[in-house]
Design a protein. Structure first.
Ligand SMILES: [Zn+2]
Length: 75
């Protein structure tokens, strides 16, 4: 798999995912991703993307401003 932006090599890494919503920001730490070694662009698998969506849906109603969660601790 190659980076769509610069064709660089991707390697497994843990990234911090930030979702900016209308009324709050949700920061999800240690998300498994493939990260470009050249430009730093992060790619998430379908499984991880789905899970991120579910995490965001679940906590967006409970958050006032900023929420910081760890990927492995929210399911
Ligand atoms: Zn790249």
């Amino acid at each position: 798999m190659k980076c769509f932006m610069c064709k660089g090599d991707l390697e497994r890494a843990r990234k911090t995912y930030v979702a900016t919503l209308e009324n709050c920001v949700i920061v999800i730490k240690d998300v498994p991703a493939m990260v470009c070694t050249q430009c730093g662009e992060a790619y998430y698998s379908d499984e991880v993307s789905d899970r991120l969506e579910r995490i965001i849906d679940k906590i967006r109603g409970m958050v006032q401003e900023v929420a910081i969660v760890e990927y492995d601790k929210v399911a």
